[in-house]
Design a protein around this ligand. Sequence first.
Ligand SMILES: C[S@@+](CC[C@H](N)C(=O)[O-])C[C@H]1O[C@@H](n2cnc3c(N)ncnc32)[C@H](O)[C@@H]1O
Length: 257
Amino acid sequence: MEYLNINKEAWDKRTKVHVDSKFYDVESFKDGKSSLNTIELEQVGNVQGKSMLHLQCHFGQDTLSWARKGARVTGVDLSTEAIAQAIKLNSALELNASFIANDIYHFGDENTQLFDIVFTSYGVLCWLPDLDLWAKTIASSLIAGGEFHLVEFHAFNDLLCGYSYFPQIEPDIEEEGTYTENCDGTKSKVATWAHTLSEVINALIVAGLSIEHFKEYPYSPYNCFEGLEHVEGKGYQILHKGQQVPLLYSIKARKIS
Ligand SMILES: C[S@@+](CC[C@H](N)C(=O)[O-])C[C@H]1O[C@@H](n2cnc3c(N)ncnc32)[C@H](O)[C@@H]1O
C-alpha cells in the first residue's frame, strides 16, 4: 500500500480514539480552554484579523484555538476522519474556520490562496517524505513578508529511542498504537521518515524563507513519550545520563519576496 493510504488509514483510526481521550480533552476545549501552548502563543503573537493556514491540523483544536483568537484560519489534514471531526467542532462552537481534507503536497499543487501566516506543530514532519516540497508548499502559500511558524518534537529523542537521526530513502514502516492514554493497544501500520534539523532549516532557506528565530527546549507540554517525567511549572522532560534531552524546537521564518 502506498504511504499516503497507510498513514491516512492510521490517522483515521487514531482520530476516533483521540476525540474521546483525556489527552485532547474535547469537553474542556468546548468549554473554552485553548489547546495552544505558551511556546506557539508567544512565538506567533497577535493573530487578530490575520489569515492563517494550519498544515496537518489533526481534528482542529489548535486551528479553532487560533480562530478564537481572531484569525481567519484554514486547516489542512490528510485524515478525512480528523477533518470531519474538525468541521463538527467548528459548527458546535459557531466558529468560522475552514477545513480541507488533503495531503499537504496535493494541497500545495492546487492552492491559490495566500496567507499572512502558515503554522504547523508537534509531530508533523515525520509523516512527510520530502521537506523541500513541504517548504515550497509553505512559501507558495504565503504573502510576501508572511510568517511561517513551526514547533516540532526534536529528533534527538528519536535517536535515543533507536531511530535513525539521518534521513533514509525508504520510510520506517511499523505497527504502532497511539499516544493518548485511552489507547487499548490496537496498532496500525504507519510510514515515517527521519529528518535532521539541518534538512528542515535548509529546505526553508532554499524555498526563499528567511529564518528569524530557532530555539530548542528541554521540556515538552505533552506526556506522549516513554520515560518522561513531569516537572511542576515546566512540562515533561527526559534525562539521559542525568542530562536533559532536547525535546522540542521552534522556527520562525519569513517569506522574503
Ligand atoms: C501528530 S498530528 C499533528 C498534531 C497536532 N498538533 C495535534 O495534536 O492536534 C499529525 C497529523 O498529520 C496528518 N498528516 C500525516 N501525513 C499528512 C500529509 N501527507 N498531509 C497532510 N496531513 C498529514 C495526520 O493526519 C495527523 O492529523
